[in-house]
Ligand binder design. Structure first.
Ligand SMILES: NC(=O)c1ccc[n+]([C@@H]2O[C@H](COP(=O)([O-])OP(=O)(O)OC[C@H]3O[C@@H](n4cnc5c(N)ncnc54)[C@H](OP(=O)(O)O)[C@@H]3O)[C@@H](O)[C@H]2O)c1
Length: 276
């Protein structure tokens, strides 16, 4: 009998990471639902107890070298393998490019890019030894096209896309696959947790109207947002597939945007986005 598959999910305290942890555990994966503040894992733990699910809550702050190394070591000590890593932890930084403080941009990259790199580098040696594994990177529609007031966030997701494409070539010979998940608008805490650049909040900013307009647009688009369960189901499909694809979109909105970007010239796409 093959050993129970082991999954590690970052940012499992809420939203997409929470649902991914649940669906993986419900489908038999020994799931390490990691989060920077394990007190936020109470709900997951109580569902796990009720449904007798194989979920363990482990502290992991993706911006912290020690925390990341310790969490991965804990998993390997207990389970001796890692079959699935879901790099999900992330947040959005909103604000006009000119208004962004360099420290605000660095923090955005520290979580969305360096956090993902740190966790992946910690897990890869074990996957390489096993000669199997799948790394699922939660990107975004924002990893495929830009939009205003989001240059920092969008550029982190473009970084995740490029990094994943390159990495997939390197690790494939060791039986390891890399998958990108590109959600559209998803109803989670994401928008209430968005960090807004301090300068863009000031009425003195040349861009304050534009940032306000973008906030309103995001609010409107959120009315048709998909559920985090949809993203979790797509992750489950990818990690249980014999031959997973490199990219999966999650949501009708993002499917349409990506399709339009393929069909349209840059200028046509730009003008469509401006109207939206
Ligand atoms: N919602 C959307 O519309 C949407 C669309 C496309 C892509 N995404 C991507 O989906 C992912 C999950 O977002 P979500 O929508 O589920 O939002 P969410 O509900 O706000 O969840 C974000 C998660 O990331 C965690 N996190 C933030 N910084 C962290 C750190 N330093 N270390 C560990 N965990 C950290 C948060 O933990 P705390 O509870 O401690 O803050 C939380 O668990 C993100 O990568 C986001 O970019 C979201």
């Amino acid at each position: 009998m093959s050993p129970q598959k082991v999954a590690v999910v970052t940012g499992s305290s809420s939203g997409i990471g929470y649902e991914i942890s649940l669906i993986l555990a419900r489908n038999g994966f020994l799931t390490y639902a990691t989060m920077r503040n394990p007190e936020k894992g109470a709900n997951l733990k109580s569902i796990a107890e009720k449904e007798k699910l194989p979920i363990r809550v482990v502290q992991l702050d993706v911006t912290d070298d020690n925390s990341t190394a310790k969490a991965v070591q804990t998993v390997l000590n207990e389970a001796d393998r890692i079959d699935v890593l879901v790099n999900n932890a992330g947040y959005g930084l909103m604000g006009a490019f000119e208004d962004l403080a360099i420290d605000e941009i660095k923090s955005q990259y520290e979580t969305n890019v360096f956090g993902l790199i740190r966790t992946t580098q910690a897990v890869l040696p074990a996957m390489r030894r096993q000669r199997s594994g799948i790394i699922v990177n939660i990107s975004s529609g924002a990893g495929r096209f830009g939009y205003p007031a989001a240059s920092a966030y969008v550029s982190t997701k473009f970084a995740v896309e490029g990094l994943s494409e390159s990495l997939s070539f390197e690790v494939e010979p060791f039986g390891i696959r890399v998958v990108l998940i590109e959600p559209g608008m998803i109803s989670t805490n994401f928008f209430s947790s968005v960090a807004i650049a301090k300068k863009s909040l000031s009425p003195d900013s040349a861009y304050s109207q534009m940032v306000k307009a973008m906030e309103e647009t995001a609010g409107k688009l959120m009315q048709n947002a998909s559920s985090p369960e949809l993203v979790a189901r797509i992750v489950l499909d990818a990690v249980t597939s014999k031959d997973p694809k490199l990219r999966y979109q999650a949501g009708k909105d993002v499917e349409q945007w990506v399709e339009s970007k393929k069909k349209m010239s840059d200028e046509e796409f730009h003008s469509m986005m401006k109207q939206t």
